[in-house]
Ligand binder design. Structure first.
Ligand code: NDP
Ligand code: ZN
Length: 353
């Protein structure tokens, strides 16, 4: 079968691969539409997860089931499915401990285009199909379904990690597609005031639609100076980090009230250490919490978040800024994500209607 792959660090291209085999609990699917992710850029060009050879790219998309294993109960060939970017082993001890995303080792719930072939091929393999796939509601378009793989669950996980509560003042650092979903999630969770950091005009417009009240540019000086100026020197209750670098944590700690919480979902593709400013961290006693996490993945989360979209509580359609049709557009869509033009939020490639 044909597949679009990371050939080695810094190089992508088309390769031939064998169709994957289906184990008793697995499914084989064909992708209907796929989206490109900033994580692909970190993986391919920054080598952030280390060397990968001939690894099929893609971890965001929706699909049709073509084969299921003998133990799969709830899915059959022909079913249209939502596919989470994170597909844990639900029988693992890590999942039983509540950390499905780390089943089999740290971050090992992230299998597609990391430790096994991803979605960008004629057929792809899904482990633990009953635990990881979700039936695609009829109300959800192929394009919107792609946003449910990673953007909605990750952006919302930032909100969970930051523990946003009714009435909180929330700072969202980074308003690419992930941060935009954090803005939407913080608004759904009842934030009273949302300050957003980012500059791409299209993202700023969409962030307003999702509930951002004020904007800060990281290009206009330190984020913390701007946040403290807007909050009478107090800082904010909660912070979601969905963009920036290892240095962003320094700014976040300085922008946070004592007792506040930071939820990081940013993928730190480079830099060795994260600096925590000692005095602003209350000389070690400020109760300023830092949570960083990969989203949990799995079927229940897909079904619940899918229901938000299907029932009109969350409109993800503004995220898909560039839509292509046909396999040949995959390389172009990936390049677009690397270059990040001003009008880009998320590229989607429809492979089959
Ligand atoms: P984008 O690149 O589209 O957006 C990044 C945002 O951060 C933009 O708003 C950008 O501003 C802003 N930004 C850039 N530099 C700085 C800076 N120095 N300080 C503050 N803000 C800055 O990324 P995505 O939304 O696609 O993804 C966000 C991150 O989440 C990525 O690292 C991605 O790999 C990661 N991710 C994590 C997952 C998880 O499970 N934890 C899953 C999926 C993605 P501007 O508007 O100027 O461009
Ligand atoms: Zn992704």
């Amino acid at each position: 079968m044909k597949a679009f792959a990371m050939i080695k660090i810094g190089e992508v291209g088309w390769i031939e691969k064998d169709r994957p085999a289906c184990g008793p609990n697995d499914a084989i699917c064909k992708p209907l539409a796929v989206a490109i992710c900033t994580s692909d850029v970190h993986t391919v060009w920054e080598g952030a997860v280390g060397p990968r050879e001939n690894l099929v790219l893609g971890h965001e998309g929706c699909a049709e089931v073509v084969e299921v294993g003998s133990e799969v109960r709830d899915f059959k060939p022909g079913d249209r499915v939502l596919v989470p970017a994170i597909t844990p082993d639900w029988n693992s001890l890590e999942a039983q401990a509540g950390f499905s995303m780390h089943s089999g080792g740290m971050l090992a719930g992230w299998k597609f285009s990391n430790i096994k072939d991803g979605l960008d091929s004629e057929y792809f393999h899904v482990n633990d199909a009953d635990g990881n796939l979700a039936h695609m509601p009829e109300e959800i378009s192929l394009i919107d379904a792609c946003m449910l793989s990673d953007m909605v669950p990750t952006g919302f996980h930032g909100v969970e990690l930051a523990d946003v509560q009714f009435g909180d003042t929330v700072l969202v650092i980074g308003i690419g597609p992930v941060g935009l979903m954090s803005v939407a999630g913080a608004a759904l969770r009842g934030a009273s005031r949302i300050i957003a950091v980012g500059t791409r005009p299209r993202c700023v417009e969409v962030a307003k639609q999702y509930g951002a009240d004020e904007f800060i540019s990281y290009k206009d000086g330190p984020i913390e100076d701007q946040v403290l100026a807007r909050t009478a020197g107090q800082g904010v209750d909660k912070i979601i980090i969905a963009g920036g670098t290892v240095d962003t944590f320094d700014s976040a700690i300085r922008s946070l009230k004592p007792g506040g919480t930071i939820g990081n979902v940013n993928y730190l593709g480079s830099g060795e250490y994260i600096r925590i400013p000692r005095a602003e961290w209350g000389v070690g006693m400020g109760h300023k919490k830092i949570n960083g996490g990969l989203m949990p993945g799995g079927r229940l989360r897909m079904e619940k978040l899918g229901a938000l979209v299907a029932n009109g509580k969350l409109d993800v359609s503004p995220l898909a800024s560039h839509v292509f049709e046909g396999w040949d557009h995959l390389p172009e869509a990936l390049e677009l994500m690397k270059d990040k033009p001003a009008d880009l939020i998320k590229p989607v490639v429809i492979l089959e209607q």
